[in-house]
Design a protein around this ligand. Sequence first.
Ligand code: ZN
Length: 724
Amino acid sequence: MISLARMLIRSLVVVLLTSWACGQVSARLETADTELVLEAGVSSPKLISLEVPGQPQWTNRSSEGLIPFAEVSGRQVPLTWRLDRNASEIGSKRVAFVYDSANPHLRLTWEWRVPENYGPVEHQIHIENLDPQEVWIPMQDSLAFRWQVAPAEPLEHVYVEKGADTPSPVGTHEASIDDRYRWTGTSSTYGDIHSEQPREIVPWSLIERVGTSSGWYLGIEFSGCTRIALRRTGDGLEGEAGLNPDPAPFRSKLVAGGWFQSPTVFLGGFGGGVDGAGNVLRRWVRAVLGNPLTWKDPNYPLVVNNSWGGGMGVNEEVARRMIRDSAELGVDMFHIDAGWFRAVGDWHPDPQKFPRGLAVIADDAHQHGLRFGMWVDWTQAGLSTEPGALNARDPRVRDWLVTDLPADWKPEPFKGQTIDLGVAAAKEWAERETERIVTDYHLDMLEHDGYLVAHGCDRSDHPHAAPDPLNKCVYKTWGSYFVDSSNSTDVSYHAVRAYYDIYSKLRRDHPGLLFEICNDGGRMVDFGSAAHGDYFSITDTYDPLSNRRAFYDTSHVLPAAMLESYVEKWPTPHIENFRYMLRSGMMGWLTIMQDTNSWSAEQHAEAKREIDLYKKELRPLIRDANLYHISARPDGVGWDAIEYWDQNRGKGVVYVFHGTSPEEKTHSFPVRGFEAPHHYRLIFQDHSARDRIATGEELMASGVKVDLPMPNSSELIFIEELDR
Ligand SMILES: [Zn+2]
C-alpha cells in the first residue's frame, strides 16, 4: 500500500515537461498507481510507457494511429496531420495534444486526463469538422498499443463476462498469453441474443506479469458496440480498444461543425493481483463515474421488493398489499415491474388494473416510508392508437424504427420494436416521455429494459451511416426486428450518445432520482452505463447460483453496491435454505422478487431479520469495504465465499455458501487484508461455531474454517479488529 505522504508528493509533482525544443513534446501524468509518459510527434502522438510504481516499465512501441483519410463528396482524401503546439495543453491533470488537417479542415484532440490521484488515467480522441462541408471518417480506435515483452515472459489475461441471460459456467477467465494468443472480446447492448455468438464481456481486460501480481488494465466507458483485442507476436503484446470495427467498413458522418468522439477508455497500473486492481478500480468508478448524490445517501444500495414475482399480474390491490408487507419487512423501495401499462409503447396505467392511476400507488409507498420505482421499456414502440402512445404504424414513428415492419407485426406482452434514439425527433419524444413518466407517477427510480439501443438500422436518412444494401441481414428475435450491416456500430454510437443525453438531463432535472440499468438482464453492464445509471440488473436468471456467479464476475470491476441481484422464489424446505437463497442476493444491491405474503411466518420473520442485518451491518461494508474473491467461482456443488474488509472501520464479513454436495461438511477459506500482530473477533451469525478471537497472523495463515453440514446453506462471519 502506498503511503499518504507518497500520494501527496505524487499528486503535487504530476507533470514533467521534458522538451519543447526539437520538434517533440513529451509529458508525464501520474496517479498513485499509474505513471504514463506521452509524446507529441510532429505528425502523430504516442503513449511512450506505462509504469506501476516499483515495477519494471511497460514500453510501448506504437500507439493508435490517427485516421489516415476522410471522405469528402464521395472521394477519399488522404489526411496530413500536423501538431498544433499553440492549441495543445499540458496541465497537471490533463494533457491534450492537438493535430490539425488543412484539407479537409479537421481538428483532432488526443487527450489524457487524471480524474483522481489514484487509479487509472482516462483517454479519448475528439475529431471536429471545421470544414464548411460534410465529411465522413473511418474508424478511429480509442487506444492501440504494442508493448515490448520478452519472448518467454509469462503473462496472464483476465476478463469477465456479462451475466446476460444466464451466467455461463466460466464467467471469470484467466488465460495464459502464449506465443499464439489471439483474442477479441466484444460488448454491446444485445449480447447473447444469438447462442452461436461468443459471450460478451464487461468491456475491460487485465494483463498480469505472472509472479509479480502486477500489470495493467483497461476499460471502455461506452455502451455501444465496442471491442478489446489482444495478440502476442514475437516480442510484442499488441491490441486495440474502442468501437467495434466489425462489421466493416465503419464510417461516421461529421456535418459541418460536427464532431466525433472515440469512447473514453481508462488505462491503469496495479499491484496486489486481480483483487488489488479491483479494490482500486471499484473505488475509482464510484468517485469518477458514480453519481455523488446517490453515494451520499446512506441507504444506498437499497433493499427492494419487486412485483415481477407475480409476473404481469400486478394491480392496485396487489401493489397495496406488497407495499404494506414491504414496510413490515423493512424494505426501502417498492418496485413495480412490467404489467402496469396499457400496452407496449403506451406508457399509461392500465385502467382495469389501476383505476385511480399510479401516482396514488407512489403516494401510498411514500406514506409507508418507501420509495417508489418503476419498470418502463421506454424505447419500444407497439400498436396502441391511444393519444401519446408510441405507435409503430404512426407515419412519424415509422421513420424512427430500424426497418419497415410487416403488416402482421405485433408486439409481445412487454416487448415491442426499438426506435432509433439517434434520430433527433425520436430522442426528443423519449426525453418528453421519460420526463412525463417520472413526474406524473412520482417516481424515485426508473428502470429501463428491453433493447434500448437500436441493433443496426435499415434507414439511409438517419444521422448514422446507411446500411450496405448488398450486405445486410434483417431478422426477427423475440418479436423485435434487428438489422446486421456495416453501419451497426455507427448506429449504436449515435443511439448511445442520445441515451446518455436523455439520462443526464433527467438526472439534472430530478436530483436524487435513481436509474436501474436493465437491458434484458445483464446485457448492459459496462462503464458508460455506470456513468449514467445507479445500479445494474446483472443477470436475467435469479436462482442462488446464477446470482452468486453473476456477482462473482462483475464484482471484479464494478462497485458491489451497483450490482443488483433479483432473488426469485426457490425451493426452501429448511430455514437454512431460505437464508441461503436470500444471502445469495445480499452481497450487493438486494431486490426480492417473490410474493412475500406467501412466506410462512417463520420465513417472514427470518427475512425481516436478514433485511435488518443487511441494512445495519452488511450495507456499510458493501458500500465501502475492500472485496476479495477468496474462493473459486461458485459451482453450486461445493463451497464458495466472498470477503469484505474495511480497513478504516476495522470491520468485515465473510459470506460463505455450501452448495448441494452432502460430503464436505467443513471448509476453510483463506482471508485477506489483516495485519499479523493485530487481534480480531470472529462472530458467527448463525452460531455454526462459537465466536472466537484470532490474530491476523493466524487468520492469514489458516484462514477461516466453517462447519455447514446441510447442503444449500450459508453463514456470515463478521470480523472486528480489537486493537484499535
Ligand atoms: Zn437509424
